[in-house]
Structure formats: structure tokens, C-alpha cells
Design a protein around this ligand. Structure first.
Ligand SMILES: NC(=O)c1ccc[n+]([C@@H]2O[C@H](COP(=O)([O-])OP(=O)(O)OC[C@H]3O[C@@H](n4cnc5c(N)ncnc54)[C@H](OP(=O)(O)O)[C@@H]3O)[C@@H](O)[C@H]2O)c1
Length: 306
């Protein structure tokens, strides 16, 4: 028999992931939904059908064999597990796609296992549009048998590729995920500086775009260029707000300092992220590092898209 699944956290990422699990995963319907703001869960349930909205986290957990979470940050995850741990966890598997620190993931995994449950860390790379189109990259870590229970809902269901760390501590998956964030921010910093350099030198952003797409034919350079040059970083709905990114960036810097790694490009990106927050406000998208580099180079923060 297929397992019953509950999904907790219907934010920008959770909406897409839960929809794909419902439509493409082999689960015993209905899919149980819980969100702190219940209206969002009710809307999602009405739109998808085959769902049932739970009134509390313990109610969602009691109704499911597999409980998937995708919450804002580690405080939210810790609060959720404080409630989860008041229920009977025997036989239940928890899958967390939230971004937390490695220590938090390991500590939650220990608490869940001590209470008779299983825990798999499944943080993701890729934003809300990729969550909707099943194009995420998922890093799966935890006991091999537990990861095997989650595997039917990963590749081709909620993501397009799994970086498989089964058998390793959940914290190792989070460590790799935070290094993925390092790669993204370092690339975004490069793209932002390249475009400002092109504009200031007179060669122009169009020529820089042509060069970038010739040298790096695939995203992410093209994607970040679009977010910057179209002005999406200041006029669209943010995919990730600078205020949220700054907290995560500090965690990455702490991890790098703890192990003695020198990541200067990331420190520069952190400075530009801070400036983007000051110049554009906390809800500016992370591509606002472009605006910060522009200001440093004597240009206005807001660009004028063609
Ligand atoms: N956005 C991205 O591009 C992206 C990419 C990769 C990974 N991620 C990770 O995915 C996770 C979710 O991101 P998101 O963009 O979907 O965030 P989001 O849109 O801000 O949604 C956050 C979710 O967490 C819930 N929440 C927040 N605080 C809570 C609390 N104290 N108790 C219970 N629920 C709480 C929110 O409930 P309400 O609806 O009630 O506010 C909402 O469902 C994060 O860990 C993020 O780092 C995001």
C-alpha cells in the first residue's frame, strides 16, 4: 500500500514541491497539508483537489506515514519539531527540505530517532519556478534505508537530480547545500561586477551578455543576467529576499572560518548583499547585489531596463 504523506510549509517552495508530490508521487490520497497561515493551505487544497488540510502540526503528523517539511528557517523548523515530538513518531519518516545549519539538522535527526522515527535531510537548490517545474536539485542525506524510503518522491517527482549522500549524517547534506549557496552567490557577484564593468567601460551590457552566453552557454550566468538587467531585482516579486539571504550567508561564513577556508569572493558578495538591503530595503531580491556594485561604481542602484 502507498504511504500517506503530509506536507508542512506552503511557502514559495513548498507550494511547488507539494503539488508535484501529489501529482507525480505514488501516495495514498488525500495529501495532508499544513501551513501556519491556514488560508494558504485551504487555497492550495481547493486548487489541487485530493488534499486535506490539518489544523495543527500534530494533527498533520498523526495522519501520515511520511511528513515532508519546507519551512522558512531553522527557528521555524525547531519550533515545528518541538510540536512534532509531542506525538507518537514510531514508523514515521520526516523529510526536511528547509535550509538549516548542519548542527540543527543533526540534532533534530537525533531527537527524531530517539523518539522512534526516521529523519532524512533533503535541502534543495533552485528557486520557486524550479520547484514548480520539478527542476530542483535535491541533496539527500541520512540513514541509507530512510533515504531509500524517500527516493520514490525525489528524481522526476520533486526534483530533476539527486545528489545522493545516503548513509551520511543529515548535517553533511546541509553542509553541501550551504556550499551550493556559496557557488550561487559567488557566481551572482561575478555576473554583477561583469555587467557594471561593461557599462562603465563603454563596451555595454549587451556586448557583455553576448560574450557571457558564448563563453557560458548555459545558466546560471544567463539567468542572473536576466534578473539583473531586466530590473527584476527591484521591481519583481523577490525569489529570495536579501534579509533572508544575509542570515544564511553569515552561517556559510562561520562554517568557512571554522574550517579555515578563505572565501574572499563570498565576503565581497556578503558586503554587497548588506548594501543591497540598505539601498533597496529588506525585500529586495538577492540579485540586488548588482545594484550595490552599481552604486559602488558611481551608477544608481536602480537600473533602467530597456
Ligand atoms: N526561495 C528560494 O529560492 C529557495 C531556494 C532553495 C531553498 N530554499 C529554502 O526553502 C525553505 C522555504 O523557502 P521559501 O522561499 O518557500 O520560504 P517562504 O516563501 O518564506 O515560506 C516559508 C514557509 O515557512 C512557514 N513558516 C515560517 N515561520 C514559521 C514558523 N515559525 N512556524 C511555522 N511555519 C513557519 C511559512 O508559513 P506562513 O505562510 O504562515 O508564513 C511558509 O509556509 C527555506 O528554508 C529556504 O532557505 C528556498
Amino acid at each position: 500500500m502507498s504511504p500517506r504523506l503530509a506536507f508542512i510549509g506552503l511557502g514559495r517552495m513548498g507550494l511547488g514541491i507539494s503539488e508535484n508530490i501529489l501529482h507525480h508521487g505514488d501516495i495514498d490520497k488525500p495529501l495532508v497539508l499544513y501551513n501556519r497561515t491556514m488560508e494558504k493551505a485551504l487555497d492550495h487544497s481547493r486548487r489541487l483537489g485530493d488534499c486535506q488540510v490539518a489544523e495543527s502540526i500534530p494533527a498533520a503528523v498523526s495522519a501520515a506515514d511520511i511528513v515532508w517539511l519546507c519551512l522558512q528557517d531553522q527557528e521555524a523548523v525547531e519550533e515545528a519539531f518541538d510540536q512534532i515530538l509531542t506525538t507518537d513518531l514510531h514508523g514515521k519518516l520526516f523529510v526536511d527540505s528547509s535550509t538549516t545549519t548542519p548542527d540543527t539538522a543533526n540534532s533534530i535527526a537525533r531527537r527524531v530517532c530517539d523518539a522512534g522515527g526516521e529523519f532524512v535531510a533533503a535541502p534543495v537548490m533552485g528557486g520557486p519556478p524550479m520547484a514548480l517545474t520539478r527542476s530542483l536539485i535535491c541533496i539527500a542525506s541520512g540513514p541509507a534505508g530512510s533515504v531509500d524510503r524517500v527516493r520514490p518522491y525525489l528524481n522526476g517527482v520533486m526534483c530533476r537530480k539527486v545528489v545522493d549522500l545516503s548513509g551520511e549524517d543529515p548535517g553533511r547534506g546541509l553542509l553541501l547545500k550551504l556550499m551550493g549557496n556559496f557557488l550561487i552567490m559567488a557566481t551572482m557577484e561575478t555576473v554583477a561586477e561583469a555587467h557594471v564593468f561593461a557599462e562603465k567601460s563603454g563596451i555595454g551590457i549587451d556586448n557583455m551578455n553576448r560574450l557571457m552566453s558564448a563563453v557560458f552557454p548555459d545558466p546560471p550566468h544567463a539567468l542572473y543576467s536576466r534578473q539583473m538587467l531586466t530590473g527584476e531585482y527591484h521591481s519583481g516579486t523577490p525569489l529570495v529576499e536579501v534579509s533572508k539571504a544575509l542570515t544564511l550567508m553569515d552561517e556559510v561564513l562561520d562554517l568557512a572560518h571554522q574550517c579555515g577556508a578563505s572565501i574572499k569572493i563570498y565576503e565581497t558578495a556578503r558586503e554587497h548583499m548588506q548594501a543591497a538591503q540598505e539601498l533597496g530595503g529588506p525585500n529586495t531580491d538577492i540579485a540586488g547585489v548588482y545594484g550595490a556594485v552599481r552604486v559602488e561604481s558611481g551608477l544608481p542602484f536602480w537600473n533602467t531596463p530597456e
